[in-house]
Design a protein around this ligand. Sequence first.
Ligand code: SAM
Length: 244
Amino acid sequence: MSSFEKALSGHFYAVGVGPGAPDLLTLRAARLIETADLIIAPKSSKSTESLALAAVRPLLKGQELVENVYPMERNQEATRSCWAEAADLVASRCVQRQSVVQITIGDPLIYSTSAYLVEALMDRMLPEKIHLVPGISAMQAAAALFGDPLTIQEDRLILMPATRIEDVELALGQCETLVLYKVGPRLNELVALLDRHDLLDNSRLVCHLEQAGRQVVVNPITRNLPAEVGYMSTVIVRTGHRSW
Ligand SMILES: C[S@@+](CC[C@H](N)C(=O)[O-])C[C@H]1O[C@@H](n2cnc3c(N)ncnc32)[C@H](O)[C@@H]1O
């Protein structure tokens, strides 16, 4: 491993750790996590554990750990103040010449808390000391699980949250593959929508993908879903517009 990049003192890294399995980390992510002085693990106010932390547990060997509990609600003020506090901590540790890694599920630039932290850090640190390390997103891992290409030829791919069902309905007409995140709270409405469009047979769902012992796969989606399907679910719909 010695030729891989170590976490540098005075630097910050937002590191994607993939969907949950420790062996779906990149080598760069693993090396940075192993060599960091401080690891910040985001944890939503509604969950009992940080999923990102579970994904890197085998790499924890005495690095200092801070769990940053963030509000799981649409409240810009609370969100920004939570990440401003985390940014103050990161900046002060970097001034003390420590290396700091924030771990995040999937990729740090896809619906990730890293975006808030990096934005807040831009006012506090030199940009050359802030690094983003890509991770395997849930979308990619889900596609691999189901074995269907996300795109070929001229296909259009839309990734969006299932938060507004009317937007999901519009998207069905605009792409060949639709990937939905954050489906938990809208599950019943989503199933009804897919049913109305006769797309249940073209739709697959995975919950807690690659998260030890918790993975639930529903393929194809049916009207009666298992009770344990919740927020940490991804749905892939083949919309039926493929022309070849
Ligand atoms: C805050 S976003 C994080 C996305 C992540 N940064 C990525 O690159 O995939 C959370 C949503 O990602 C999806 N997700 C992330 N990890 C997942 C997993 N292990 N299994 C299923 N869905 C997952 C779910 O749709 C969840 O609601």
